[in-house]
Design a protein around this ligand. Structure first.
Ligand code: NAD
Length: 252
């Protein structure tokens, strides 16, 4: 099998696929032969060649509707990329209950809702794989990221629990843990700074590689885990952080 068309005949759904890491993943899966559908609450940035379904992962009814439409459109589903997510800054003292519920509802329960809706399709696939977009925040102990870290810690724990629950059904479950990736999300954070260019230079300088990770580099790892060629890999967390964790470095 050619690794370049390794997804030929397979059908994939990418949540949060209209921007950043999700969009790069949808593009790479399609380039490698998959039939791809995107689920996003805002399809504004989606190029015309990708099929999009508007749904908010915090709204179970909209998720169920979108996943059913994707199942009909693609004739089933083999690969689910749970990528939709939002950020949050601050210590435990800085966010009130409403903010905790809001972020966990997207980053944790959103993943649960989409997975629940997709499982009947994945069980019917001969090459079923789920890849969750986690973060180094799950295990790095980053300052000023209590809520976000808790949400991504739950994503990593869920990845392992789901991998255990579904291994005998032939569904593999893995996650990728990006460091700071150069996506519209990070662009928005930087443009809000008083000196965006200086902030970007400082951020680049703090990375072991001397630069941020690209959305395409994260997408490559997601596709590697989703590939039918990775048929014995499940319950894994793959860092795409330029060495931030493995080299035991910390953002200063
Ligand atoms: P992004 O903002 O560019 O893209 C996120 C996409 O998710 C957007 O299209 C957005 O509309 C969609 N989305 C958000 N909330 C949604 C909801 N409730 N329902 C449906 N869609 C929703 O961000 P990105 O940087 O590409 O991040 C993608 C994932 O990568 C997230 O899970 C994020 O936590 C993770 N991540 C990002 C970085 C980084 O530095 N960019 C680092 C580690 C992990």
């Amino acid at each position: 099998m050619s690794t370049h068309q390794e997804f030929a005949g397979l059908r994939a759904l990418v949540t949060g696929g209209a921007s950043g890491i999700g969009l790069a993943t949808a593009r790479l899966l399609a380039a490698r032969g998959a039939a791809v559908a995107v689920l996003d609450r805002d399809l504004g940035g989606l190029p015309g060649e990708l099929a999009g379904h508007t749904a908010d992962v915090t709204d179970d009814a909209s998720v169920v509707r979108a996943v059913e439409a994707v199942g009909v459109e693609l004739g089933g589903l083999d690969i689910l990329v749970n990528n939709a997510g939002i950020g949050a800054a601050g210590t435990v003292a800085d966010n009130d209950d409403a903010e905790w519920h809001r972020v966990l509802d997207v980053n944790v329960l959103g993943l649960v809702r989409v997975t629940r809706a997709c499982l009947p399709y994945l069980r019917a696939s001969a090459h079923a794989a789920i890849v969750n977009t986690c973060s180094i925040a799950a295990t790095a102990g980053l300052p000023q990221r209590a809520l976000y870290s808790a949400s991504k810690g739950a994503v990593q724990a869920l990845t392992l629990a789901m991998a255990a629950d579904h291994v005998r059904e032939g569904i593999r479950v893995n996650c990728v843990n990006p460091g700071t990736a150069d996506t519209p999300w990070v662009g928005r954070l930087l443009s809000a700074a008083t000196d965006p260019d200086g902030e970007r230079a400082a951020l680049n300088a703090r990375q072991p590689l001397g630069r941020l990770v690209s959305a395409e580099e994260v997408a490559y790892a997601i596709c590697t885990l989703a590939s039918p060629l990775a048929s014995a890999t499940t319950g894994a967390a793959v860092a795409v952080d330029g060495g931030m964790q493995g080299l035991r470095l910390r953002p200063s």
